[in-house]
Design a binder for this molecule. Structure first.
Ligand SMILES: [Zn+2]
Length: 214
């Protein structure tokens, strides 16, 4: 049996020094922090100039450290997001605008792989938006009272009919818009498909329509 390796001479001293440093740093954390801040304030211009001149190098070092130990940085990330809730959203928007094609392709693949999930979420959005417009209980057509969810639609009270629907006014984007807006009942109501079309034609021609089932 070979003996356990032991630290000798120089190595032992190194190890002890390391442990002492760690302990010292833990015990004097506040003091060290204050000293660092003071140093930073006293040498602000110089430090910032250095950072600016070596930005790529510094970034690369940070990236490498991040790759080596991501869990440490996850904590920082969480703190940052709590402190600046909007910054990440803005960055995402900027990134998406700059890499639009790439993002769209990725989203398309995601949708293909998560079809059921996307559908379910879309249905939830629709239900919620309909409730917001209707304002009370389960939605029904304001004209004829039809309650068949399959054929109920959200009707634009002000029609901007040019043969083409206004951008951002269909499907999920319309539902999202309604969910976020104040008083959606002033701009929309719930109608069945038939009454929705009748409403549109009344708006265009001025004729009142009476629909009867036989
Ligand atoms: Zn109806």
């Amino acid at each position: 049996m070979s003996p356990e390796p032991t630290l000798l001479g120089k190595d032992l001293k190194k190890q002890q020094q390391k442990e002492y440093n760690k302990r010292y740093q833990q015990e004097h954390a506040e003091k060290i922090k204050a000293q660092r801040k003071q140093y930073y304030l006293a040498h602000k211009e110089k430090l910032n100039a250095y950072r600016k001149a070596h930005r790529e190098q510094i970034n690369e070092r940070v990236r490498r450290k991040y790759r080596e130990n991501p869990s440490v940085y996850a904590v920082y990330g969480k703190k940052f997001r709590e402190k600046h809730p909007n910054v990440n959203g803005e960055r995402c928007k900027k990134y998406r605008a700059a890499h639009l094609e790439e993002c769209r392709e990725r989203e398309r693949i995601y949708r293909l792989n998560n079809r059921d999930r996307s559908k379910e979420r879309a249905q939830d959005l629709r239900t919620y938006a309909m409730h917001r417009v209707y304002g009370k209980g389960s939605p029904e057509c304001v004209k004829c009272g039809c309650r068949n969810n399959e054929i109920l639609q959200i009707n634009h009270l002000v029609k901007t009919w040019t043969g083409k629907r206004p951008k951002g006014e269909t499907g999920a984007s319309l539902w999202r818009k309604i969910i976020e807006m104040d008083a959606p009942e002033k701009q929309y109501d719930i109608r069945c498909q038939v009454c929705n079309w009748a409403y549109l034609h009344t708006q265009r021609s001025g004729d009142e329509w009476e629909i009867k089932w036989k």
